[in-house]
Design a protein around this ligand. Sequence first.
Ligand code: DX5
Ligand code: ZN
Length: 243
Amino acid sequence: MSFARPPLPLTPPIAAPSILSADFSRLAEALTIVDPARDWVHCDVMDNHFVPNLTFGPLIVRAVRRLTPAFVDVHLMIDHPERLLAAFREAGADQITVHVEAPHDHEVAHVLDAVRATGARAGLAIKPGTPLAAAEPHLAALDLLLVMTVEPGFGGQEFMAETLDKVRAAREWREQHGGSFLIEVDGGIAPATAARARAAGAEVFVAGHAVYGQPEPRQALQALRAAFAGTEAGAGAPHRGRR
Ligand code: DX5
Ligand code: ZN
């Protein structure tokens, strides 16, 4: 299957359903609820080293790419992500996010450059216990900052509200220093927690269990989008990320 791809949505707020909670025997059906004009598809790659869980690699990202024209947001929870950047980009990733805590062959700045060199947008993720300071040297050049709102590794965990302080701080940093990175939250996001994260300044909302873990995923995604609609973002004017 091939699609004429629409302009990719980069104007927040953006919902990013995570296929981690989808039924992989019915992936095509799961992806029909994603609106390519406004949503992203979030792909959680885990390696049983950086996190205890093991999910999938470029093969499934390629399947996702063939099943939807939507923006493909790849979250790498793996050691040495630089070794697989080209493979994920070739599989169809529009954006590749690596963890600042992961072991890398090179400096993180170099890894982010390597992501950009593939043509993908570059994201950097921080775990709940990692201070924003660990990402700060990279913020000016980032396309996405992913603030984990649970400990990475599994879907269906409880939202950690204390992580919102980092969302606020990232928003303030961008107001003060500039930069065009979007702020994404991931973990325990459902309509109520999305509204809180939005108020703190989050712009992209990953949700697995709250979408694909529900009896009616399409309505659940709509409920998530509706949760943004009634909530203003944190400080600052609406922001448009670069492509
Ligand atoms: C967790 C993953 C998440 C996961 C979120 O390590 O990074 O993207 O899919 O799942 P929920 O929304 O169920 O917390
Ligand atoms: Zn994720």
